[in-house]
Design a binder for this molecule. Structure first.
Ligand code: G6P
Length: 613
């Protein structure tokens, strides 16, 4: 969602801010703005609706703005439309306080009323204008400087925020505060930076600090200071070295991040396996999970959103079959507001690529309140969810930029397979033969994924057939159904085709009434014990003139008679087939999106990291 950048240094700020905002574009936004200031001179604010390019054009790539300190923001509209008035930065009438904000101030109306009673006027519909003016109010009322005013505002504001603030009497300083929304601060050779995410500053430095909730601070061109809520300086903050390359935030020779990330899958799956599989033994020591702890777990509750939820559904099917534990998977946004008794000997698993998804984070907090141990499976290290969890089993997909996840999803599956096998081994539900087969086939996944990616020309051809369709149904049984969920989400996210997943056995209970010559059906049929049943469903669809694309294993060539087109994936232990079948569906969605002239990296209305409810 929104992106924040701040800079104080030796160079002109505007190009640094625009570069940072460009690197945060993937998070999703619909307007942008910057404020730049040269020493004691008046600050200049420029904002533009729509794409960042509009702001870049308006400022002649930043060259029209002179000044070595500034803040920038890309806004994903929550309170009010994506207009210039609502775009950040916002400021007090006398420009005493200027600021940008990520997150939501939940009690903004109550605070606004208080400020209205104190003579403030509001020009936007945003909660941000309220928090900026609240800081201004405390600055003027107590006259104790920005840290005091920011802390007083933090005590009053409910909700989540990452703030970057410029104050009139403090040129060449940018103040920051954080609660619940991501924020990093860093020192480079040419100045200090702050941002809502690492890609914004990777070009300049890889050493970053992570402010904790309710911490604030200030950057100058050569220093960073942190303070707690009492205003006491925190002198022992340690920086962390980021492992990502600046190149990972670039497309290289690829037309889109999405295809780059699809093609990176063999490598990142291998990397993730290498972290946890040592000499064919699953080693989770780096996660903090011990064998004794895991052997005691009888119930697993998985909470996640979007694609991460779909990996949870795969895990549920597999864990319940092979590991002897009860598994319940639930959308984090639902769990948050539901009450049910969670059994003893439980573990909550939160899955999230970004580690910032608000609903998933709140599920972790709720589990902690209930004293249930929490394990996070996140791709972003030190993210909010991973820091709130008791145990972390990171995925090693590297920076994922395309809004529609591909490589992080695949790595999440690997972690969940490893956990399922580990639990099965500890519980004695997996014998030596099955263990050896699963481990040896897990190790084959990277090369088999590569083989599937090499078939991209054929998938690109088949994807053309989806272009005229308004509705596509994904059907499958068992594990195939779990893959349908993700295949349908991928397709709808980046092609805007109405795509839905149905358990194939449910087809006759309603959905079949929608089948005619205009409807496409993608049938997943990779599980041998269910093969004939799903094939019968394909025949039923074909008999009603629906167009069937079958996705099945090599060797199942009699599926030809039940379908119009076929995609074959290599054979592997069938529990692991989701890791292969999904690659074909990712590519299918990607090429259909391209054929429709859509930019798959930035689908409309979607954000990569959803930090609001
Ligand atoms: C957004 C993205 C989805 C993603 C979901 C969960 O909706 O568009 O692709 O699956 O958030 O994100 P997370 O970072 O928690 O995995």
């Amino acid at each position: 969602m929104c992106g924040i950048v701040g800079y104080v240094g030796n160079n002109d700020a505007a190009p640094v801010l625009l570069h940072g905002l460009a690197k945060l574009e993937y998070r999703g936004y619909d307007s942008a703005g910057i404020c730049v200031r040269q020493n004691n001179l008046e600050p200049v604010i420029v904002k533009a609706e729509g794409k960042l390019k509009n702001l870049i054009d308006k400022t002649d790539s930043g060259k029209s703005l002179v000044g070595t300190s500034g803040i920038g923001h890309t806004r994903w509209a929550t309170h009010g439309n994506p207009t210039v008035e609502n775009a950040h930065p916002h400021h007090s009438d006398d420009y005493n306080v200027i600021g940008v904000h990520n997150g939501i101030i939940e009690n903004y109306q109550e605070l606004k009323d208080k400020l209205l009673r104190n003579g403030y006027t509001f020009y936007s519909e945003t909660d941000t204008e309220v928090i900026i003016k609240l800081i201004d109010y405390y600055c003027k009322k107590y006259k104790k400087g920005p840290i005091d005013a920011i802390n007083k505002a933090m005590v009053r504001a409910r909700g989540s925020y990452a703030l970057a603030i410029m104050c009139k009497n403090y040129p060449d300083q940018i103040w920051f505060a954080k609660k619940g929304s991501p924020l990093i601060v860093a020192k480079g050779n040419d100045g200090c930076y702050l941002a809502s995410d690492v890609p914004a500053i990777l070009k300049y430095t890889k050493n970053v600090y992570y402010p904790e909730d309710y911490e604030c601070g200030v950057i100058t061109k050569d220093s960073i200071k942190f303070y707690d809520l009492n205003g006491d300086e925190l002198k022992n903050k340690k920086s962390v070295l980021i492992e990502l390359d600046a190149d990972s935030a670039d497309k290289g020779n690829y037309p889109h991040f999405m295809i780059k990330e699809i093609e990176e899958q063999p490598e990142v799956i291998q990397k993730t396996l290498n972290y946890y599989l040592k000499n064919d033994v699953i080693d989770l020591s780096s996660t903090g999970l011990t064998d004794d702890f895991l052997a005691n777990i009888r119930n697993i509750y998985i909470y996640a959103c979007g694609s991460a939820y779909h990996t949870g559904v795969v895990a549920q099917y597999i864990m319940e079959e092979i590991s002897g534990v009860n598994v319940r998977v639930e959308l984090a946004s639902e769990y948050k507001y539901r009450e049910y008794s969670q059994r003893p000997q439980s573990l909550v698993i939160a899955i999230s690529q970004s580690g910032e998804t608000k609903d998933t984070h709140e599920s972790v907090l709720k589990a902690k309140e209930r004293n249930i141990p929490t394990l996070s499976i996140c791709n972003v290290q030190k993210s909010t969810i991973s820091r709130s969890s008791d145990y972390n089993m990171y995925t090693y997909a590297g920076l994922e930029i395309a809004v529609a996840t591909t490589k992080a999803y695949s790595c999440q599956l690997i972690n969940l397979y490893l956990l399922a096998i580990k639990l099965g081994r500890l519980n004695g539900t997996i014998n030596d033969d099955l263990y050896n087969e699963l481990i040896s086939d897990l190790k084959r996944i990277p090369s088999l994924v590569k083989e599937i990616i090499e078939e991209k020309d054929q998938i690109q051809r088949i994807a053309q057939n989806l272009v005229p369709m308004k509705d596509v149904f994904f059907i499958g049984r068992g594990l195939d159904y779990t893959i349908c969920l993700e295949g349908a989400l991928k397709l709808k996210e980046i092609t805007y085709i109405n795509a839905n997943a149905y358990a194939a056995g449910e087809l006759k209970h309603g959905t079949i009434s929608l089948i005619d010559e205009h409807v496409g059906v993608i049938a997943l049929d990779t599980q041998s014990k269910l093969y004939e049943k799903t094939k019968s469903n394909m025949v039923e669809v074909k008999a009603r003139n629906g167009k069937v694309l079958a996705v099945t294993n090599y060797g199942n060539y009699d599926v030809d008679s039940a379908s119009n087109d076929q995609i074959y994936v290599p054979k592997i232990n069938e529990y692991l087939t989701p890791s292969l079948a999904i690659i074909s569906l990712q590519m299918l969605a990607y090429y259909a999106s391209i054929a429709k002239g859509i930019n798959p990296d930035k689908p409309r209305n979607l954000a990569k990291s959803v930090t609001v409810e």
